[in-house]
Design a protein. Structure first.
Lengths: 321, 321
């Protein structure tokens, strides 16, 4: 059942011994939401614990100790930033998939798997909703809680670049600065630092970039050898896929990533009016309008050729919007 | 003479026929300040014109028509975002260097060359001060004026990444979103689009990157040939200098740019505690703590060797802060 923010706050007020979960492979907004809610609830005297079950990207490690731990039998389970129970980061000892009381989220694709769902699709980040709940509860937002909120806001908006950023997002970020966060330092770690291995892989990948169809399509590739030489792991590769589309005039940017010999994962990023998902559907993949993925088998040359054949009708005689 | 914002507003109120100038090679904040002030003053019935005298970077061309033109003999001259009369973008017909009535600026290095100077070193961008003056004057801030203000705010803060971003900067950006700007589209043009020539040069430059001194120093170079092959001009190269320092663990990032055969401009960017200016002073250059420049003569090998010799004591036995 979908509920308003006031009702969600009321439910939280009524319970103690609260367990907070989030989605698998938690990103900045998932971790920021979990920690911010946990600390806010602790500040109003609740027994509460936030748990996730995987290694988190290095940049978020600073969040790890911002939440004290507690042991109890949870009487109320909250999932934050998790659109589907299938991707819930679940306890190895017992599954909470069917036992989520309240889901707080901003994904339009939320499957309403929880008993109650507080969903705000206009929130750029789930931490926007968490902050509103914290304020309704009269919780303290100290500099560590504010850091968690800010990491959600900034990572889900590309540091306030993307079109999901609203006036509310920016005002909340301002309030977090007032609460004492060191935004300059956080942004340097989150957005201005590349790991050595990522920097090496980036240079190699960029050197393979080629343009096609009056330069409206740009393709680069990453081979298993390149992962090996640079020392990169999968978690770092994601950001690379944005690069081909950044070139002026490019409508379709593709990154071909060798996953095992003869198998390639392809990431497609597009600018309007080209629909990335439609291109990927040709190969049995899918995704969003501007970002989608698929898998293609063959040699690198065969994969590139198939991809070019699929892309051509999407860019031929098509102009950027 | 330094004056407060209220006094600056009063001076503007007293005058009509106002000429606005800014610094040479105007950037986003210079152009944004000029256009925003011009439009704000026009909205309260002033005769006012904003002039600059050079080609502007392509990304700012959208600002060019946001200001109507007028012909008159100026009775009051305002310089915005210009720290020194030496770098004033001056009229080819007559010089205003000695005739600036009011300077509105945020550079701590302002030489106080104008009759009156309204200087706010805590403003991340000069457009912050312009917006406050527009509000004092009761001027209209429509979506075009707001676009000009936002371009100043965002370009001078790396889209709200850098440590000069304050809560006020973020709140003003929120207000500009409320005024109807298309921030997502602006940011895509300003921060997410690389010209074809820039993208080509970036790939070539990154492929030359080498690391030294336990990987605490990263150096890359750009030769005249690389400019030629990529089709880049000087105005595009600036952003490249940021790349070597972005690699994890790097304290000193240097970019060696061939300016003519046997002459190299060197850009140094550092992370704390290394002072970039101190390194560049060894070669007769200078700048700021985190960003400085100098010129070195010789072959590329000789220049690299001299540079490494100069950098070594700054990174040996030094740890990142």
């Amino acid at each position: 059942m979908r509920i308003e923010l006031e009702k969600a706050t009321e439910l939280i007020r009524e319970h103690d011994n609260i367990l907070i979960l989030t989605h698998r492979n938690p990103d900045g907004d998932a971790l920021g939401s979990g920690y911010a809610l946990c600390r806010a609830l602790q500040s109003v005297g609740k027994n509460v614990v936030f748990r996730y079950f995987e290694k988190i990207p290095k940049v978020f490690i600073q969040l790890e100790d911002c939440c004290s731990h507690a042991e109890f039998e949870p009487s109320f389970v909250i999932a934050v930033d998790c659109a589907d129970s299938k991707i819930l980061g679940d306890s190895p000892e017992m599954s909470y998939k069917e036992k989520v009381d309240l889901c707080i989220d901003h994904h339009p694709s939320n499957t309403l798997y929880a008993k109650y769902t507080c969903l705000d699709e206009n929130a750029a980040a789930t931490t926007e909703i968490i902050l509103m709940i914290a304020r309704e509860l009269g919780a303290e937002v100290d500099s560590l809680t504010a850091t968690a909120v800010y990491i959600g806001l900034s990572t889900d908006t590309g540091c306030f670049r993307y079109s999901n950023t609203t006036a509310r997002t920016l005002r909340m970020a301002a309030d977090m600065v007032d609460a004492g966060i060191n935004a300059g330092r956080l942004n340097r770690i989150l957005f201005e630092t590349k790991s050595k291995s990522y920097a090496a892989l980036e240079a190699m990948a960029l050197s393979t970039m080629k343009k096609y169809f009056a330069e409206k399509c740009a393709i680069m590739y990453i081979t298993l050898d390149m992962y090996e030489i640079s020392g990169t792991d999968e978690t770092e590769v994601h950001a690379l896929s944005a690069l081909p589309r950044q070139i002026e005039g490019v409508l379709v940017g593709a990154t071909i990533k060798e996953s095992e010999p003869g198998r390639y994962k392809v990431s497609i990023r597009t600018n309007p009016p080209v629909n990335a998902s439609e291109i990927c559907q040709i190969f049995g993949g899918g995704g969003h309008k501007r970002a989608a993925g698929c898998e293609i088998h063959g040699t690198l040359e065969e994969v590139t050729e198939q991809l070019l054949k699929a892309i051509e009708p999407f860019v031929k005689d098509v102009e950027a919007e």
